[in-house]
Design a protein around this ligand. Structure first.
Ligand code: 13P
Ligand code: SF4
Length: 301
């Protein structure tokens, strides 16, 4: 069954002239049929280089929106448009406008995990893979609003040694990881490095050895001499880590780190989406144009 769906997807992809982009957290079988799998930054970059007229985005809605904003003339499809990101939905454009009104002169920065409407209100966008580099371009003494992730914002702000005005959003999946779970995992695998995502709470980040984007985790896994690595992020990434590093073991710090939205893309709805050329992601130009300015400012760094 899986094989026949994979064959159908390959045939439809050729017929439609489509490219399939997938996030590192999607189901293993979806990653396996994708043309490119990556973190949010790599996917945004890849979306600027696509020659195909049709992009099928396997991930969550804000990622497909980013691809659509970067490719106004192309058809961007998402197999299940209900695959949202609860953190992205923790702030609306109106709430951000209200916050900006209280801090005139502040630079508004959004994590890429935000809606297009929120990006349209921002000066700059960052991902977990480039946040430190991008934030460093903001001149000293500037007031900075950072939305929606208080954990990524807190992580970069403490590295930079300056305060941001943080929106209290968070990722419900990464919020489930505890410092206690890291302690238990370390006790079971003495000496194994612990890598966590910067979306984790502060005590979890402090208990880990490395705080990395999912792309950073793939790089770390390739380069480390450690044979066992304890992984504190959404467990979908284990598929890629294991596939690319057959001689190493990757142990999830907690089995509870599953993002239900990242699991909504299946081979079935991916095939249906290519067959029907729907559902399509459309960002109206009055939002797409200002949102693109924030994304382009990030990609220029
Ligand atoms: P990255 O893949 O950019 O590290 O992002 C993680 C994430 O939570 C995406 O929703
Ligand atoms: Fe959003 Fe967290 Fe899921 Fe990423 S893992 S899509 S941040 S809820």
């Amino acid at each position: 069954m899986e094989n026949s769906l994979q064959n159908e997807i390959a045939a439809l992809k050729r017929e439609r002239g489509a490219v399939i982009l997938a996030h590192n957290y999607t189901r293993g079988e979806v990653q396996d049929v994708a043309d490119f799998t990556g973190d949010s930054l790599e996917l945004a970059r890849r979306a600027t280089m696509v020659e195909a007229e049709v992009i099928v985005f396997c991930g969550v809605y804000f990622m497909a929106e980013t691809a659509a904003i970067l490719n106004p003339g192309k058809t961007v499809l998402i197999p299940d448009p209900s695959a949202g990101c609860p953190m992205a939905d923790m702030i609306t454009g109106a709430q951000l406008r209200e916050l900006k009104a209280k801090h005139p002169g502040a630079i508004a920065v959004c994590y890429v995990n935000s809606t297009a409407e929120v990006k349209a209100e921002c000066d700059l966008c960052v991902t977990s893979g480039n946040a430190e580099r991008v934030m460093a371009t903001i001149p000293a003494g500037t007031e900075i609003i950072f939305v929606p992730d208080r954990h990524l914002g807190g992580h970069v702000s403490s590295k930079e040694g300056r305060e941001y005005i943080l929106w209290p959003g968070y990722c419900p999946t990464h919020a489930r990881l505890t410092a206690k779970a890291i302690e238990t995992a370390r006790a079971g695998h003495p000496g194994a490095p612990v890598i966590v995502h910067p979306e984790c709470p502060a005590d979890v980040r402090a208990a880990a050895d490395e705080r990395l984007s999912t792309g950073g985790m793939c790089k770390f896994a390739r380069e480390t001499s450690a044979k066992t690595i304890l992984v504190g992020t959404e467990i979908g990434i284990l598929h890629r880590l294991k596939k690319e590093n057959p001689g190493k073991s990757f142990i999830p710090v907690s089995d509870s780190l599953v993002c239900p939205n990242m699991k909504k893309t299946t081979l079935e709805n991916l095939a249906a989406c290519l067959r029907d050329m729907s559902p399509r992601v459309i960002v109206p130009p009055e939002i797409a144009i200002p949102a693109r300015r924030a994304i382009d400012a990030m990609l220029a760094v």
